[in-house]
Design a protein around this ligand. Structure first.
Ligand SMILES: [Zn+2]
Length: 127
C-alpha cells in the first residue's frame, strides 16, 4: 500500500502559496467526475480547495490480469470480486470534488489472488 498524502500536501501547499493555480490542480475530467459520482463513495472530508463540498472517492483498476476491466472505475464490491477471481492488478484510490474539480491520488495498492486465471480481453474494447 502506497500512501500519497505527502504528495497531496505538497500540491496543496503550492496552491495555497500561489505557486500553482487552481486551474492546474482542479483538472478532473467530466469522465472522472461522473465515475466518482456513479461508482464512488462520498467521504466526510471537505474539499481542500473550494471547501464547499465533501470529496467523492473512487477506485480505478489497472492490469493485464483483469482483461477488459483494465483502466476502468469500479465500486469497492466490484474490486473485491475482481481480486478474488484474478491474479495481480493495481488499484488506485482517487478523490474528486464535484464542485471545483480538485482531484488527487490518495492511495495505491496491489490486489488479486495468486493462482487464479487472468481475465480474457475481448477483441473489441468498449470506448
Ligand atoms: Zn472543491
Amino acid at each position: 500500500m502506497v500512501d500519497h498524502a505527502l504528495q497531496r500536501r505538497a500540491v496543496l501547499a503550492d496552491l495555497y502559496a500561489g505557486r500553482v493555480g487552481a486551474l492546474e490542480v482542479c483538472d478532473a475530467s467530466p469522465y472522472l467526475q461522473r465515475a466518482a459520482q456513479r461508482l464512488g463513495v462520498t467521504t466526510d472530508r471537505t474539499c481542500p480547495v473550494c471547501r464547499k463540498l465533501p470529496l467523492d472517492q473512487v477506485l480505478w483498476v489497472y492490469g493485464e490480469a483483469i482483461g477488459d476491466a483494465d483502466g476502468t472505475a469500479r465500486t469497492e464490491g466490484q474490486v473485491s470480486a475482481l481480486a478474488s477471481a484474478h491474479p495481480d492488478f493495481a488499484v488506485y484510490e482517487v478523490e474528486v470534488c464535484q464542485g471545483c474539480g480538485w482531484n488527487h491520488l490518495v492511495r495505491t495498492w496491489r490486489a488479486g489472488t495468486p493462482g487464479t486465471q487472468p481475465a480474457r480481453r475481448s477483441r473489441r474494447r468498449e470506448a
